[in-house]
Design a protein around this ligand. Structure first.
Ligand code: GCU
Length: 604
């Protein structure tokens, strides 16, 4: 092997060693949870990462006992060691430090977290470490070896650690940095709390040498009886076969795997498929088998398309009775399945058949619950407000977050819309950025609809949607805040709207704030009566809009925001929730509920 090849191997070996190809459907894999108490060290000066002359410890050749990821201990009483994870406090993972540690409430910076574990890896098995999400940037080390870096606070990632894990005393150290900055995604200005931490599950995943890494099993676009997709093996060899079974549809399909470990398929389905819908959320057991492994998933089959101004689910016109949600409950990150069940139960009580998961990818169990409970879903990445649209690193970060989101959720029947952005200011740079994201989305998944929450403006009392990005989207969605950020409520129902697209229109946000329990005249802001009246008047206006096919009012529950400082009313919360941060419904909840009851009857 000549010197060039040796150099190439050395350059690419580290990347190959710590492959980041995402393993999907972790719930059906052989996992060991690393959730629970992790020791942590708050490191505002990143003293555990840089030397006093700002050299990066993990870029240096020699061993650095001062580097926190080395978790250095010594019996030498003369040695200088100025940190000790095992003597440091603990915090819960998954969890955010904002709401776990009072002295970290406003902290934005680096916190190191460490988990020790033993693991006996059997012969011919492989081991991966999987993170559901870490906000915002993570440098991950195992036993002092750097596994890699991940940027983006809401999507999963994993590293292979087969050659590093030991039977005893492994130490997994994660540097979490939630500092905001202009080039990030989201940028440094948002209307939600910047919860720092390992906010989702951490799993060890034990796999076979040849493993099922990724797959897609969905109806082929524009076909109601062809199931199409692919299976991607990791290190699969040509001789491998993959079998796809869907017992209820009497499907057992064996396929040869190609040289790259991938197999694509199209299966004509002779038996009648019971299509997934909110009223009948039918899920089929799908099994993907190789001679080493079987992965099972619960998958629904449905079609979603637009036709002129109509949205058709399984060929039938639907109206999206929705609500927007942050991943938040009781003033903290909603990071458990129980939290998700509570939030989605409120949505069902409202009469929703649709939810907008704002403004970033939520927990995977929200999507699996939406599949089971019959809720259509709009998912989005945090391309929010004034992103640095001219920055290529920013674009690549947004593209990576979108890729990880689609990889994770492409088998969820409930997901019908991928959203590219929220309320981004019009500019050529923004359009170029979003058009490239649209094209990337279509390349990854041509079966779902694409949209974004646009801004509107009004002129002489007429509502105008003239963001030219609308031409690139299947659904024209926009946020309008009549009666809250402008415009009166009395004349709202008579407002005319001009929307220059013959496409379905969805109001991605409207609403207003109310302090739960504050009552008075409907003319006085912050009363529950004001919020109720705002809903009633906006609903009358929206019903008359051209091509209106649904909405996701802002928002299901009150949520923390550093932008909302009004004492005695906001106290650090955005109060537009229909449910308070204490879980108490406000009067506007019932105004929307009765509207949806009327709409549902019309679409029986
Ligand atoms: C905007 C934005 C939301 C924000 C809301 C508000 O439309 O999309 O993230 O919370 O308005 O001002 O409450």
């Amino acid at each position: 092997m000549n010197i060039v090849k040796i150099l190439l191997v050395l350059i690419f070996l580290p990347i190959a060693l710590f492959s980041q190809e995402l393993l999907i459907n972790t719930s059906n894999r052989n996992t060991t949870s690393l959730n629970g108490n992790w020791n942590y060290i708050v490191d505002p000066y990143e003293n555990g990462y840089y030397s006093f002359h700002s050299e990066v410890f993990d870029q240096k050749k020699e061993f650095s006992p001062s580097a926190f990821y080395n978790n250095f201990h010594t019996t030498d009483k003369a040695a200088l060691v100025e940190y000790d994870f095992d003597k440091s406090p603990v915090m819960k993972v998954p969890g955010d430090w904002t709401t776990q540690k009072e002295n970290l409430f406003y902290y934005e910076g680096t916190v190191w977290l460490k988990k020790s574990f033993d693991y006996t890896l059997k012969e011919n098995k492989r081991l991966f470490i999987y993170f559901g999400a870490i906000n915002y940037k993570a440098d991950v080390y195992l036993n002092g070896t750097k596994l890699g870096v991940h940027e983006g606070g809401f999507t999963p990632f994993n590293f292979e650690v087969t050659s590093i894990v030991k039977a005893k005393d492994n130490y997994l150290v994660v540097k979490v940095d939630n500092k905001r900055f202009k080039e990030a995604v989201p940028t440094n200005n948002t209307d939600w709390w910047n919860y720092g931490g390992i906010t989702r599950d951490v799993l060890l995943i034990e796999e076979e040498n040849v493993l099922i890494q990724d797959y897609c099993v969905q109806l082929k676009k524009n076909h109601r009886n062809i199931i199409a997709g692919f299976v991607q093996l990791k290190d699969g060899k040509e001789a491998e076969k993959v079998t796809i079974t869907i017992p209820e549809l009497k499907i057992e399909h064996e396929l040869p795997v190609q040289a790259d470990g991938k197999v694509s398929f199209q299966i004509e389905v002779a038996n009648a498929i019971q299509y997934w819908s909110p009223s009948e959320p039918k899920l089929y057991e799908v099994a993907i088998k190789t001679k080493y492994q079987t992965l099972k998933d619960q998958i629904g089959f449905r079609t979603i398309e637009t036709k002129g101004a109509d949205i058709l689910l399984n060929g039938r016109s639907i109206y999206l009775r929705g609500i927007s949600l942050h991943e938040e409950i009781n003033g903290r990150r909603a990071n458990t399945e129980a939290d998700a069940i509570k939030l989605l139960t409120w949505a069902k009580e409202l009469g929703c058949n649709y939810i907008r998961l704002a403004h970033y990818p939520h927990n995977e169990h929200m999507l699996r619950l939406a599949d089971k409970m019959g809720l259509l879903v709009w998912e989005e990445i945090p391309v929010y407000w004034t992103i640095d649209f001219s920055n290529i690193a920013t674009f690549n970060n947004a593209k990576n977050q979108l890729t990880e989101l689609i990889k994770r959720d492409k088998n969820r029947a409930s997901v019908i819309i991928w959203s590219m952005a929220n309320e981004t200011p019009l500019s050529e740079a923004r359009n170029s950025f979003l058009i490239r994201l649209v094209n990337h989305t279509k390349m990854l998944d041509s079966t779902r609809l694409i949209s974004a929450a646009l801004l509107t403006r009004s002129e002489n009392g007429i509502g105008i949607v003239d963001d030219n990005m609308g031409q690139y989207f299947d659904i024209v969605a926009f946020n309008q805040y009549r009666g809250w950020y402008g415009g009166d409520l009395i004349t709202a129902p008579d407002t005319k709207w001009t929307i220059p697209y013959n496409k379905p229109v969805v109001i991605s946000e409207f609403g207003g704030g109310a302090k739960q329990g504050l009552h008075g005249p409907k003319e006085e802001r912050w009363n529950e009566e004001y919020q109720e009246y705002l809903y009633q008047q906006n609903l009358l206006m929206i019903e008359k809009m051209p091509n209106i096919r649904g909405m996701s009012p802002w928002i299901l529950t009150d949520f923390r925001s550093p932008r909302r400082q009004l004492p005695g009313i906001q106290d650090g919360f955005n109060r537009k929730g229909l449910v308070s941060d204490k879980g108490i419904k406000k009067k506007a909840f019932y105004a929307l509920q009765s509207f949806y009851k009327k709409i549902a009857a019309r679409y029986k």
